[in-house]
Design a protein around this ligand. Structure first.
Ligand SMILES: Cc1cc2nc3c(=O)[nH]c(=O)nc-3n(C[C@H](O)[C@H](O)[C@H](O)COP(=O)(O)O)c2cc1C
Length: 145
């Protein structure tokens, strides 16, 4: 049964690479997970899982607007209080988006893992290990909330 979902919004693929690697980390710990583009995510998936990781790159010092709408509407309507949250995203120079996502998740009553994961531009091998590590931390939290 699906236990964790990794939702991403990525313009040129950098945050998507992070999402795929975080998902690999969750699966590595034998917790069922999938990465889903923000455009394809279903509210039923958000409702059914124990953990939700949300990623957006930073544009004009903020998360991408559709992701903000997703958090304010879909996530709020899904009733995510008490669920595990994590946020991540690729950025260029200021990287506000993951911090803003974590703040919104906390406002929705989620238990958000610290710290948020921010990677500059395209993830390197070392960065991907950090993504795997975040995935494994999410899985551990699902197993021992
Ligand atoms: C028009 C534009 C605006 C951007 N604004 C910011 C910004 O305000 N702060 C920042 O840290 N990076 C900014 N970036 C850099 C992106 O966040 C960075 O390229 C990131 O790797 C894109 O990831 P993605 O492929 O997952 O969308 C901007 C990039 C573009 C093209």
């Amino acid at each position: 049964m699906l236990k964790a979902i990794v939702v991403y919004l990525s313009t040129s693929g950098n945050t998507k690479i992070m999402a795929d690697s975080i998902t690999q980390g969750i699966l590595k710990k034998h917790v069922d997970a999938k990465a889903v583009s923000f455009y394809d995510v279903k509210i039923e998936d958000i409702k059914s899982v124990d953990a939700i990781a949300v990623g957006s790159s930073t544009f004009y010092y903020k998360m991408l607007p559709p992701m903000e709408k997703f958090l304010d509407e879909t996530m709020a309507n899904a009733g995510v209080e008490g669920k595990i949250g994590a946020s991540f995203g690729s950025y260029g120079w200021s990287g506000e988006a993951p911090l803003m996502i974590a703040k919104k998740m906390r406002q929705l009553g989620m238990n958000v893992l610290d710290p948020v994961l921010r990677i500059q531009y395209k993830p390197t091998e070392k960065d991907l290990n950090e993504c795997l590590r975040l995935g494994m931390d999410i899985a551990e939290k699902v197993k021992n909330p």
